[in-house]
Write a protein that binds this ligand. Sequence first.
Ligand code: GLA
Length: 399
Amino acid sequence: MSTKLVVTAMLVLLVITLPVFGQESVSAKLSFTPPMGWNSWNKFTCNVSEDMIREMADAMVKSGMKDAGYQYVVIDDCWQVTRDENGNIVADPQRFPSGIKALADYVHSLGLKFGIYSDAGSKTCAGRPGGLGHEYQDAVQYAAWGVDYLKYDWCNTTTQDAKASYANIRAALDAAGRPIVLSICEWGKAQPWLWGKEVGGNLWRTTGDIQDRWSGKKEWKPGDCCSYGVVDIVDAEADLYSYAGPGHWNDPDMLEVGNGGMTDVEYRSHFSLWAILAAPLIAGNDLRSMRAEIRDILTNKEVIAINQDPLGMQGRRVSKSGDREVWAKQLQDGTRAVVLLNRGAAAQNMVVTWGEIGYPDHLNASVRDLWEHKEVAKATGKFSSTVPSHGVVMVTVRP
Ligand code: GLA
């Protein structure tokens, strides 16, 4: 073979394989830290409209949430009503009269990003048209609208293989050429933590839906399991830490902070736990009318910094004794973030030892309370504090 032929063959090979390499990098570079944003489902379920979404995007800016790092404004189920004669997905013309593109443009004009929802099966969970058989067509449409984030649900998937289905939508999104975060919403049934990263998922739900309560697992209807309280979801996440990292996160579902079913102490615990779990922080309350106490929880920059730490480690439960738990997360600079969680019915004293967080006993360290916003101790070997019922004390321990 002549040199010219070999060079030509190599060039052809390069041109053929380039898009493949390019595609891989599209998803891998997204969500280097856990995604932050707002989603319509927890508060509004099917009651979505362009006016409400615009107002929520405005409120995200005005409330200081954008400054605190929240980025994605995501419409969940029920924005779509049918497909047209060419199979294109059609938004509800009554609720979204200006169309999805105009709404995405508006969200972008505020310096925010725009997300949308569909389903890997024939229909969404609310019975709207699903994505099955239209993956590439929908991906092109989403890219043209300016979608930055796709939550992809798992209802009405009958015998579909989960891994193959999510690989398919990721390939379709990449082929459409726009970087789009892929939020796998498969409820943990086929253990997506084992394959979510490989198929280009940026986050994957690990359980059924969260409900706005502290604890308790409840069937939706007989035989249809389940919705979960905050601490039940935390238990389900506890052993999954090794699967999370930059670009690919375990998702214990969206936040219920501010939706009214828990006390402010419990909401603070919910937020602290999601932060230390390196969970996506997707608010789900009405940002237009939240109380100052709720805004202060959602915008606590010291707690958010733990969640967004670039090392991307998911925190672990390092000790459990009855209803007392210690959770710890190593940060990029070697500091440890610690949550003392009291699941009990009364306030109690709790302690974290340096041994539990991987420090030598003789180490002298500064302890900073991330809710009090102050240094609380110079401590050697351990730190202890009184923790309210269903509450947390969240600190950093810095040598
Ligand atoms: C499922 C998901 C929820 C929500 C609804 C919408 O239950 O897990 O997060 O998206 O569907 O119908």
